[in-house]
Design a binder for this molecule. Structure first.
Ligand code: FES
Length: 205
């Protein structure tokens, strides 16, 4: 019983803001994108997934309580429904704010056999963080993920929309240096996915 209570507190989610406390942050462009998507789906509910990608981009890569509340408000759905969708899919960042770049290390079977944990240990040592943590300067977040479906490139990392593999220590040194001077790959990936949704929905029926 005490384990269950502890687990509940680990997974505690931000509280839903009251409607009168909503602080809407979607840009004019984001509102237009959501309107375009809404007009191409039979129901507003069908827009929850792309709406969450817009929110992930607009809120700096993290779906906080206010971010989820804004999607719920703009799609006229309940907070609980939108939060349920957001927390179901691991590509939405709902657990904690993330850094400018999220480095996702595949540790599934093929990558594991090809040294994924040695790669993970090297990243942890270089960045001074563990899985699920972000560097103090807000630059990098490290995550462990399941098979990324590119096992022929093991050991494999995903950063934003890009796959990197097979990687070794020298590759990681270059990658980290390169990422330090790049715009946020977390926000870039959310934007890429929004654009894909827009293109799909604009195709003639
Ligand atoms: S096991 Fe790593 S990509 Fe498949």
């Amino acid at each position: 019983m005490s384990d269950l209570i502890q687990l509940g507190s680990i997974n505690e989610r931000p509280k839903a803001p009251r409607p009168e406390d909503l602080d809407l942050r979607f840009s004019e462009e984001a509102v237009k994108e959501l309107d375009a998507l809404k007009s191409h789906y039979p129901t507003q509910k069908a827009c929850i997934l792309p709406g969450l990608w817009i929110a992930q981009r607009e809120y700096g890569g993290y779906l906080s309580g206010p971010a989820i509340a804004e999607v719920a408000f703009r799609l006229q759905r309940s907070y609980a429904e939108v939060e349920g969708v957001a927390t179901f899919y691991s590509m939405y960042n709902t657990a904690h704010p993330v850094g400018k770049h999220m480095i996702e290390v595949c540790t599934c079977l093929t990558c594991h056999v090809c040294g994924a944990y040695r790669i993970a240990d090297y990243l942890k040592e270089k960045l001074g963080i563990g899985f699920g943590e972000t560097t103090a300067d807000g630059m990098f977040t490290l995550h462990e993920v399941e098979c990324l479906n590119a096992c022929d490139r093991a050991p494999l990392l995903q950063v934003g929309s890009d796959y990197h593999g097979p990687v070794d220590h020298a590759y990681i040194d270059r990658l980290l240096d390169d990422l330090r001077s790049k715009p946020s790959t977390v926000i870039q990936m959310a934007d890429d996915i929004v654009k894909v949704h827009l293109q799909k929905s604009e195709r003639p029926q």
